[in-house]
Design a protein. Structure first.
Ligand SMILES: [Zn+2]
Length: 265
């Protein structure tokens, strides 16, 4: 039997495996909702590590190292609910539109992903149904429940310090899609300390052909939205994670306070 055949006939997630998403501080009362699309590098047992070894699966191609830890602490500071994806982006990338070739990547950063080659339509659909859909439905339900409460929609990612041999100098990137107001306030808050190189829509701009989460949940609802990308070598220790989360929380709180003072919240 081929991998595709087995995928067609057995449920993707076994009953003892985690759900597609994790909710953190779901009853949070703050004026932000956080999401972490690339929080985990877990692969359903049934997919046999997608044919990759543990070193590859620990690498940035499988997830955003450090992002989940920052997202949890930032959510705690802001008393914000947080939705985290529980499976690797190589199973299906929760921040790629389903029509994107990178949705279920056959190759990532030059590494072939054997378990993603020549997938049948059924195998592809199984990943959508088991991972992509439940994660985005959870975000949708959470946002629906907030009614008219002001909501800053924040997605937390991390990026590799070197890509294709090129070092990347930004400590953090603040990316926006169509409405840049919240992103520019956050950019200014972070940049004015003078000790950070902050990317404005860098290292990654948000584009509808590549990105799914902010256009689908933030922009479609008209929520002030940003994608935060932190360089991975800046969040490798517990202390540095705490420092970034506290710094981002202070910046968000100052923006919120300024908006309240001028009656714009
Ligand atoms: Zn990411």
């Amino acid at each position: 039997m081929t991998t595709a055949d087995t995928e067609d006939s057995i449920p993707l997630l076994a009953t003892d495996e985690p759900a597609a998403f994790e909710l953190f501080n779901v009853e949070g009362k703050g004026n932000a909702v956080l999401v972490c699309d690339h929080a985990a590098n877990r692969v359903p047992r049934h997919l046999h590590k997608l044919g990759l070894d543990d070193v590859r699966l620990a690498d940035h191609i499988a997830w955003d190292p450090g992002a989940a830890a920052v997202a949890r602490q930032l959510a705690a500071h802001l008393d914000a609910p947080l939705v985290l994806s529980a499976y690797s982006r190589l199973v299906i990338d929760c921040n790629r539109p389903l029509h994107s070739p990178q949705s279920i990547a056959e190759k990532s950063a030059g590494v072939t992903v054997p378990g993603n080659l020549a997938l049948s339509q059924n195998a592809r659909q199984a990943r959508i149904d088991a991972v992509f859909r439940p994660y985005h439905d959870a975000i949708e339900r959470l946002l629906d429940r907030r009614g008219g409460q002001p909501t800053l929609f924040i997605s937390v990612h991390s990026f590799t310090p070197v890509l294709d041999g090129e070092p990347r100098l930004w400590h953090i990137g603040i990316s926006w899609y169509r409405d840049r107001r919240f992103a520019h306030l956050l950019f200014d808050e972070l940049a004015r300390s003078g000790d950070l190189i902050v990317g404005d829509n860098q290292p990654y701009p948000i584009e509808e052909v590549f990105d799914y989460t902010i256009p689908e949940h933030g922009a479609r609802r008209g929520l002030p939205s940003v994608m935060i990308e932190i360089r991975q070598d800046g969040i490798r220790t517990e202390a540095s994670v705490q420092a970034w989360a506290a710094r981002l929380a202070r910046a968000c709180q100052r923006i919120e306070a300024a908006a309240l003072a001028t009656g714009r919240a």
